[in-house]
Design a protein around this ligand. Sequence first.
Ligand SMILES: Nc1ncnc2c1ncn2[C@@H]1O[C@H](COP(=O)(O)OP(=O)(O)OP(=O)(O)O)[C@@H](O)[C@H]1O
Ligand SMILES: [Mg+2]
Length: 371
Amino acid sequence: MSHSGNPDKATHEIGRIYDAITDKSILIDFFLQTLLQLVPSSRGYLFLAGPDKQLWLESATFTPKEASAVLLGAAQTAFDDGKPSAEKGLLFLPLIAGNASVGLACLERAAAFTSRETETGFNLASEFSGALKNILLFEENLKMERLAAIGQTTAMLVHEIKNILQLAKFSDEMIRMGVNEKNPKFIATGLGKLEKTLKDMDGFIWEVAGLSKDYQLEPEDVDVPALLQELGEDLAERAGALSVKLDCAAEKDFPVVRGDGRSLYRALLNLVKNAFEAFKDKPDAWIRVRARVTGPETYEITVEDNGCGMPEEVRARLFEAFFSTKGKRGTGLGLMVVSRTVKMHGGVVTVESRPGIGTKFTLVLPRFFSR
Ligand SMILES: Nc1ncnc2c1ncn2[C@@H]1O[C@H](COP(=O)(O)OP(=O)(O)OP(=O)(O)O)[C@@H](O)[C@H]1O
Ligand SMILES: [Mg+2]
């Protein structure tokens, strides 16, 4: 391809090819290639932005695909400005489709970029943005379809309820047998199973209810240390089986706070479950859940693990519905429920994660919460 004669005409032709591509990663790679051809550079980066307007590096023309924190910062600034800009061997091209900014392309080379090159690059970026937006819309529609599929999920829910019911029947039989034969061991086992049944049921209802649009919290006095202790006890067996050292504790003299204890418990359960799933036969695996007061009106609960951590592109999308890297094993709703719960409490969730080192979720919550 030689388009050096008339870049504008070339841009338009290439734009038609963009429109014909239906695969996101192919489109992105083709865009970067064509961009580098029209505006010769040593490196090309492509950043995308989520609903929170935070950029992540989606692709690059070199390996390993990495952007330094400084570059990411500069890219974010250029993205927020929404205009193409060139400075010291860097060219930033915001990707704007209609009135939505979907990301930013960046070129890097030793020599400065001319204004003509900036213009050519921006025109090409605009063609690309339109095509990309269509693919993203298509993905969004897929998500909506999945949401609709929740209707079908009812069958799955019924299945789950049946499982719990089985456990309840079993408990019932054990207790009856114990009473009939005056055998306290049977009674104790039955009652133990019954307790587990009720807890499963409670958790299950919470999880389903938490997804519904008009779910409301029920504020009460919450004994956070007791909540963490319960969490540790409920998961002790699982931690043992996975050889993970699970340690749940609140700081000394932690005060009573207001909140919805059950939903906070489920949120923490989801976080710890994720942490369990972040270890791949790692020796010395640990998970720490901590609670501490951070101010006259706030407290925080942290869930930290030394598991696999996650790359930036995962971190940026964590709280999206149906975002999961676990294939069939994950529905990608766990963290969405966590963030909803925290938001409904008027709090915020933050996450720090480093691949290969571990992950830390921090829930900052108000101590005095009223609906
Ligand atoms: N502690 C963690 N360490 C590493 N990656 C994590 C951690 N917590 C979450 N993730 C990543 O975030 C993704 C989304 O988590 P989320 O809990 O929402 O869904 P899921 O665990 O995949 O499925 P499920 O709906 O069953 O919880 C996970 O697929 C995983 O890639
Ligand atoms: Mg999960």
